[in-house]
Design a protein around this ligand. Structure first.
Ligand SMILES: Nc1ncnc2c1ncn2[C@@H]1O[C@H](COP(=O)(O)OP(=O)(O)OP(=O)(O)O)[C@@H](O)[C@H]1O
Length: 449
């Protein structure tokens, strides 16, 4: 005997000796190893379970109540693990439930089962005295196996959910669509190019098509006001260069303004982020979450990553800030299932290599700021163009290069685009391959998300 616990009629108790050395209450009666052991929160509960199981099965109790559960279990881990099945039956109250949640992950995975006393019964002794022996037996034998949060049995993954069609939204670029399958639910796409090559122009073209396809869209263009973005969409719709429309709004008739405005802006599915010059990253993530959850946005355009992190006050600089933003963005996308197309910049090329503004070839390591950009994105699309080409036609021609695509694994050159200076539109020079749906074929289809 190393210790004695004395319990008085008023439920107060004192301890004599060294309880720390005593192990679990009742443990000394049972051997090392066996099929099953029941662990309760109190001594009387252990006696109750033992009696209900005809004294044939080990039943022990932690010595110090719920608050000492973790320590007591940790000290006897080896002995408990020697049993095939460890049944935890703690009290049906907050302290008991918290103790089970803290103790269960300490024990070997797959061995732990949990009993919860039914209804208003507090513990095993309560069940024995108020309901009876057979209920105690039933609860012990039927105890469900403990599984940590987030672990799912294969059987619980429904077959029908595996058979759903995963259709991507088709961008305006047919070859890119063929190579990627389009933008699927909960995907993070990066769009990158050298300075002034046409990232924003491309994003707006895609945004316009998504709105026409009936998809609720978010427009987070951090370098321009919400009015400029809206004006740019109207300019695209009216095949007018934005610069011309800004200088002279009356090149469009009131009816033209109204028609494009109703179609693309005031249509119930266009949501713009009014950033007022503040682009603090925490705030940005909260706004994106709101767009996804409360506004039902399925496709969000974020132009661009570097300005989104400029509000983050980070000693470690831009790389760390981009890591954090990308990680938050990724988890937001997983939570909300919204897809994001984010614009990202390129680093300066070193040495004699051609710059990205002069048509230099882009690869994944050209992304500026952090490895997280390529790692956490599903798809990375680059646009290459020689801004300084002698030949006008060559200067306005850009090549779309797929750098990464998780969905299909394809990479390489995709579409070729020509920028039409008279209309401000990107014209796709790629021929529509037979296998790709033309926009006309898709008229009567539902949107993919
Ligand atoms: N393929 C193209 N050929 C020629 N000019 C283009 C092309 N695409 C866009 N432009 C024009 O180039 C200018 C810059 O385009 P845009 O703002 O889209 O570039 P960006 O890559 O987003 O620039 P930044 O790096 O400053 O964010 C715009 O005036 C646009 O009209």
């Amino acid at each position: 005997m190393v210790a004695q616990k004395l319990r008085f009629a008023d439920k107060s108790f004192i301890v004599r000796g060294r309880l720390k050395e005593a192990g679990l209450f009742g443990q000394h009666l049972f051997r090392h190893g066996g099929k099953m052991v029941v662990v309760t929160e109190g001594e009387i509960d252990a006696l109750s379970v033992a009696q209900a199981l005809a004294l044939k099965w080990p039943a022990v109790s932690i010595p110090n109540g719920a608050h000492g559960a973790v320590k007591a279990i940790k000290a006897q881990l080896e002995w408990l693990a020697s049993y095939d099945s460890i049944i935890l039956w703690f009290d049906n109250d907050k302290a008991g439930r918290d103790a089970v949640a803290a103790v269960a992950p300490l024990l070997p995975p797959g061995k732990v089962k949990i009993v919860t006393a039914p209804g208003d019964c507090k513990d095993a002794n309560d069940v024995l005295t108020r309901v009876g022996v057979s209920e105690v037996q039933r609860l012990v034998w039927d105890a469900p196996t403990y599984r940590p949060d987030g672990i799912v049995m294969g059987e619980d993954i429904e077959l029908s959910r595996l058979q759903t069609i995963e259709k991507g939204w088709q961008t305006p670029l047919p070859e890119l669509n063929r190579m990627t399958g389009g933008i699927h639910e909960a995907e993070l796409w990066l769009l990158t190019a050298g300075s002034g090559i046409g990232k924003s122009t491309t994003s707006r073209e895609w945004l316009k098509k998504a709105l026409e396809d009936g998809i609720p869209c978010g427009a987070v263009f951090l370098e321009e006001s919400k009015e400029t973005t809206a004006k740019a969409l109207i300019a695209l719709d009216q095949n007018t260069p934005l610069s011309r429309l800004r200088e002279n709004p009356s090149i469009l008739t009131p009816a033209q303004w109204e028609a494009s405005y109703r179609k693309l802006i005031a249509n119930g599915r266009y949501f713009a982020y009014d950033h007022f010059g503040s682009v603090e990253s925490d705030n940005l993530i909260a706004k994106l979450e709101y767009m996804a959850v409360s506004c039902g946005v399925k496709l969000c355009f974020l132009d661009h990553i570097s300005i989104a992190v400029s509000g983050l006050d980070m000693d470690e600089g831009e790389r760390r800030a981009i890591d954090i933003l990308m990680t938050r963005l990724r988890s937001l996308i997983e939570r909300t299932r919204m897809s994001v197309i984010a614009v990202s910049h390129l680093r300066k090329v070193g040495g004699d290599a051609k710059s990205f503004e002069q048509g230099g070839q882009i690869d994944l390591d050209s992304l500026r700021g952090s490895g997280a950009l390529k790692q956490l994105s599903d798809t990375v699309v680059a646009i290459e163009r020689d801004q300084q080409a002698e030949d006008n036609e060559e200067r306005d021609k850009s090549r779309v290069r797929l750098l990464k695509c998780r969905f299909t694994g394809m990479t390489g050159l995709a579409d070729v685009l020509r920028y039409d200076r008279n209309t401000g539109r990107q014209v796709v020079l790629t021929a529509f391959p037979d296998s790709v749906d033309t926009p006309a074929d898709k008229d009567d289809e539902d949107p993919p998300f």
